[in-house]
Design a binder for this molecule. Sequence first.
Ligand SMILES: *Cc1c(COP(=O)(O)O)cnc(C)c1O
Length: 378
Amino acid sequence: MLIYLDNAATTPLDQTVRDAMLPYLEGSYGNPSSIHAFGRQTRAAIDHARSQVADAIGANPSQIVFTSGGTEADNLALIGVMHAQPVEKKHLITSQVEHHAILDACKYLERFGYEVTYLPVNQQGLVQLEDIRAAIRPDTALISILHGNNEIGTIQPIEQIGHLAHEHSILFHVDAVQSFGLEPFDVSALPVDLVTLSSHKIYGPKGAGALYIRDSVKLLPRALGGAQERRKRAGTENILGIVGFGKAAELVGKHHIARREHLVQLKQTFIEDLRSRSLDIVINGHVDNSLAHIVNISFLGIDTETLLIQLDMEGIAASSGSACTSGTLSVSHVLKAMHLPDSVTNSAIRFSFGKDNTVEEIKAATEKIEKVVRRLYR
Ligand SMILES: *Cc1c(COP(=O)(O)O)cnc(C)c1O
């Protein structure tokens, strides 16, 4: 039996989403920019998907720009906004625990003369408001903070951070890829200006995502060439991906409470069951203020890579954290920023649950984990 506990890396495609996509794989192929009936059909499909995504976060459809995923939306938010600033506004603030789509966009901007403050975090992975306040400068244009951390699950106080940003007339971008569909997120009530979403983390297809952009925000496009996406992202639309993303977002609206409850139960069961086996473990991140589907655990005395391989051989799919860093064997930048002892950072594994996981799977998984860990202890 294979048990998939890596839902923060990606989720399986929902059957309902698949069914919604099929007509655009098989019959409907018009270019949405064409004025004829073929084009009008796919145009209507994209408009519908845009409303579905907008509804899921309380936005207007006109505020949603479809992208190729979370990475592109993060890049567009940071680079697009900074490039649209007057020359004297060249500073932005982010944290040391962001996704690489943010950190690498910051590195890119630094090469062109922009200045970036990378905020530290505490041992739970939380950004401190005092640190943000101290980092704000007259030339700060943007603050970008991850909502729910993809490696440890810690949820940042985005409402307070947003208010702080707005008090200083600074734009606020939130990467909500992991929290979308689990934590309440209403842009009409939150002090946020830009929000990143991704389809394949919410049971939609890969290669689709969106950036929410509040009306007043100026942003230069990264992809140039056509008038698509209100001139913010040129190129013929990924209709299949967008339709699937729209359906997945609609399902989020319908099922987020039930999904969250299920995930809370799975995570609780997992942690309690694992604790009862008296292994030498440490849970990383914030225990309460944490995403329902992610738990990051260190198995002291055992090396992450070795454990992952052994778990894989037992049919359990987990991860060392962000998919982008695994395979390169480098220590997680998130755990490093939390200043945990080497024994903890070198033995950390992320387990992330999904709506299709069952309690039985969780129990079977903990049993296998104990077996593997005891074998490695010897
Ligand atoms: C997965 C992820 C991304 C990247 O999204 P893609 O659609 O895979 O490009 C960005 N940010 C966070 C927090 C993520 O978990």
